[in-house]
Design a protein around this ligand. Structure first.
Ligand code: SAM
Length: 235
């Protein structure tokens, strides 16, 4: 990797090595963890958080639809949605971390149908039912993740779609490898679980899913397990 890239990553790596603070509320811990790395967040995560473009494609969002992203971070999904964003009826970008939302606000500036909302994904509701909810690498950072998916379910219209991409612990994973990833991610407040996919399949009708392995920056040869799930509210 070029020296310039490492220099750009250094602030993020230092924060990751120190881990997520243990004191304070969940929102305070997120702010303390992300504020020092907010401006460098995107470049580093582009090499760590795989499958985000694919999730957007698989959701097949149509013009005129209402969309919510829970745990939007810096709002980088705006780059992936690109020129199509003005075609949507609304796009609500929700997160609990002010430092990351500041980046989202800069990105969303001038886009009248985009709202940037500081709120808890386990409780916030959009007011009217929406067509699509997605979470990208957010569920593993939400301690009460079961409430977040129940809340996503509640905000969808019947027939609405949910999309998730995130790290997890595959049920057939090597136990030693799974222990490594659980503790490596857990240090930074990312809690891998083997329960997310079963819970999603119970709450939604599955339309598509896949389980994969992703390259991790600065850990050559190692692959972290992640999944993509697209489901529909059919009840
Ligand atoms: C790993 S980041 C992913 C951000 C973004 N979705 C992406 O793909 O780059 C996880 C995000 O979840 C947010 N988050 C964690 N708990 C949350 C909660 N209870 N409500 C809303 N957002 C939350 C964090 O602030 C952070 O922005």
């Amino acid at each position: 990797m070029p020296v310039a890239d490492f220099t750009a990553d250094a602030r993020v790596l230092w924060r990751l090595l120190r881990g997520q603070p243990k004191e304070g509320s969940h929102a305070e811990r997120l702010q303390a963890f992300y504020a020092p790395q907010a401006e460098r967040y995107d470049a580093f995560r582009a090499r760590l958080l795989h499958g985000r473009e694919e999730l957007i494609e698989e959701l097949a969002i149509a013009p005129g639809e209402r969309i919510v992203e829970l745990g939007c971070g810096t709002g980088s999904s705006l780059e992936r949605l690109g020129r199509r964003t003005p075609e949507f009826a609304s796009l609500d970008l929700v997160d609990l971390c002010p430092a990351l939302l500041e980046q989202t606000r800069q990105r969303a500036a001038g886009q009248a149908n985009v709202r940037v909302i500081e709120a808890d994904a386990t409780r916030w509701q959009p007011g009217i039912p929406v067509d699509v909810v997605f979470l990208s690498y957010a569920l593993t950072m939400i301690p009460d993740w079961a409430s977040a998916i129940a809340n996503a379910h509640a905000m969808l219209r019947p027939g609405g779609r949910i999309g998730i991409v995130d790290f997890h612990l595959p049920t057939d994973g090597n136990p030693l490898g799974m222990r490594f990833w659980r503790s490596w991610f857990g240090h930074d407040g990312v809690h891998l679980s083997d329960k997310h996919l079963p819970a999603l399949r119970q709450l939604f009708t599955e339309r598509q899913s896949s389980e994969r392995w992703a390259a991790v920056p600065y850990l050559p040869g190692l692959r972290a397990p992640y999944y993509i799930f697209v489901g529909e509210r059919t009840d």
